[in-house]
Write a protein of this length. Structure first.
Length: 248
């Protein structure tokens, strides 16, 4: 287990990436469209992220919606894994479900094999599985290094009991990365209740850029700017880091 509790921050913009690194994040989940729970990031953002001195794991999710993938979806995922490798990134974040909600073992076996040489995180497709303890064993057998999970609940605090059971059952064979609603006010309690050594959050605040730059009204009316836009906030990242360093 790591000597200290790891903070992974999910980001989807160059500014958010810079804020997460400046705030002290240990690892980045690189995405596009976090408002859609994260899609595969663009090549340009991957290239920028590759210059960072901390591990970067891009989300590999080719479309919005569920994680039941057909041959075309899987082809896109294979190519995006290749792009992450070509960019020099440390790993990838992948997942796939069968229509039953169980992990799609055939698809994931192919994806993990295709990602050989990269780290592999199983994303919250895990939270759709009907039996998380069985899915844990499947993830271990497939060779994942960690599972990102809210404990199959709306957020990690609500799923803390399940996350704790996963940590106990995993017994160090795979890392459990608790995510979903993690913030400076609850992260200490989450760690205490679950025993996780890795946590994941967006650490976001209201976006202060990309809002129209003087032509806000027209940009808003045409749909380019939406209400409630958020981006990674350096101070929030630093606040979570400060709490976690006090627990390590």
């Amino acid at each position: 287990m790591p000597d200290r509790i790891i903070l992974e921050v999910c980001v989807d913009t160059p500014a958010g990436l810079a804020a997460a690194i400046a705030g002290g994040a240990d690892r980045i989940e690189l995405c596009s469209a976090l408002a859609l729970q994260g899609l595969t990031p663009a090549p340009g953002l991957m290239a920028i992220a590759a210059e960072a001195e901390i591990p970067i794991y891009p989300m590999i999710r080719p479309r919005n919606g569920d994680f039941v993938y057909d041959a075309g979806d899987l082809d896109a995922i294979f190519r995006d894994i290749d792009a992450a490798r070509a960019a020099g990134l440390a790993g990838v974040v992948i997942g796939a479900n069968a229509p039953s909600g169980e992990l799609d073992i055939d698809a994931l076996s192919m994806l993990v094999a295709h990602a050989e040489g990269l780290g592999v995180t199983l994303h919250r497709a895990f939270d759709l599985t009907p039996d998380p303890l069985a899915a844990l064993e499947t993830a271990i057998d497939l060779g994942f290094e960690r599972i990102l999970t809210s404990g199959c609940a709306l957020n990690a605090m609500a799923g803390a009991e399940t996350i704790a059971a996963l940590v106990e059952r995993a017994a160090g064979r795979i890392a459990i990365l608790a995510g979903g609603g993690v913030n400076p006010s609850n992260v200490a309690e989450l760690v205490a209740r679950t025993g996780v050594r890795e946590v994941h959050g967006s650490c976001s605040g209201p976006m202060t850029h990309g809002l129209g730059q003087g032509h806000e009204d027209r940009a808003y009316k045409l749909g380019f700017v939406q209400d409630g836009l958020r981006d990674t906030d350096r101070e929030t990242v630093a606040a979570v880091v400060k709490v976690l360093r006090g627990l390590s």
